[in-house]
Design a protein around this ligand. Structure first.
Ligand code: NAD
Length: 251
């Protein structure tokens, strides 16, 4: 039985989409609990700036440019983590985009792009990370879904489908990998203050916020808290689980 602690010292964590927003705060929180973090983001320049920022706080952080829909780019992240830090213990599939539109207006391209980044990107990450973790007989994979995948959101047929798909992928992978002591869990954030939600029309944001039992939007750090729990040994008996971080919205 592992010791139940949030300490991640001597562990290496890859976080996709971590140049900003929720991914950045996940990297910061895991790093402040001792993890060495690999920041994998399509925006390589910003990932580099973020790594510099985290290093100034004493966190061992390395950036790598990676489009999560690109199979060889995802495999290169695994290589980079092992080359820099020898191990790969935690993988967080967080990279994401939105292309909201009603069914009347959504193009096939917008549907495919959103499904590709969230669902194919997460599948590529799970496959690449688990190949290493399975051999080591240890590891924790955390997939960032969304409440939108639980209840479906207006104007998000692409995003809701992808985020619901991530739950199915999480559970199927959890069943396959449990015998190798690799855990796979998901987090479903609600309305969180980041660039993604700042892009929403203010009246839509306000309407959503008004429906939250805790009466406010969440912060990226509050999502990171659930990821820390799932990444660490505190959750050693959890796999295939889905944690909502939504202030009670759509509970
Ligand atoms: P954000 O837009 O602030 O950051 C997303 C990051 O992902 C960016 O750094 C971007 O460069 C990167 N990215 C985008 N496409 C990529 C790709 N193909 N490959 C690699 N990196 C890529 O978004 P956020 O709000 O921090 O969202 C992070 C995750 O949380 C997403 O999966 C999102 O769907 C999910 N989420 C967010 C909210 C919210 O309210 N903000 C709610 C539920 C779920």
């Amino acid at each position: 039985m592992p010791e139940l602690t949030t300490s991640l010292s001597d562990r290496t964590a890859v976080i996709t989409g971590s140049a900003q927003g929720i991914g950045l705060e996940i990297a910061r929180l895991l790093g402040s609990h001792g993890a060495r973090v690999v920041l994998a983001d399509m925006n390589g320049q910003k990932a580099e700036e973020t790594a510099t920022l985290l290093r100034a706080d004493g966190i061992q952080a390395v950036p790598i440019e990676c489009d999560v829909t690109d199979e060889s780019a995802v495999d290169a992240v695994v290589d980079k983590a092992q080359r820099e830090f020898d191990t790969l213990d935690i993988w967080v599939n967080n990279a994401g985009i939105t292309r909201d539109a009603s069914l009347r207006k959504m193009t096939l391209e917008d549907f495919r792009l959103v499904v590709d980044v969230h669902l194919t990107g997460t599948w590529l990450g799970v496959r690449a990370a688990s190949a290493v973790m399975r051999e080591r007989k240890a590891g924790s994979i955390v997939n960032i879904s969304s409440i939108s995948g639980k209840v479906g959101n207006l104007g998000q047929t692409n995003y809701s489908a992808a985020k619901a798909g991530i739950v199915g992928l999480t559970k199927a992978a959890a069943k396959e990998l449990a015998r190798s002591n690799v855990r796979v869990n998901a987090v479903q954030p609600g309305l969180i203050l980041t660039d993604m939600t700042r892009a929403m029309p203010p009246e839509v944001f306000e309407r959503m916020e008004a429906s939250i039992p805790l009466e406010r939007a969440g912060t990226p750090t509050e999502v990171a808290g659930a990821v820390l729990f799932l990444a660490s040994d505190l959750s050693s008996y959890m796999t295939g689980g889905v944690i909502e971080v939504a202030g009670g919205r759509m509970m």
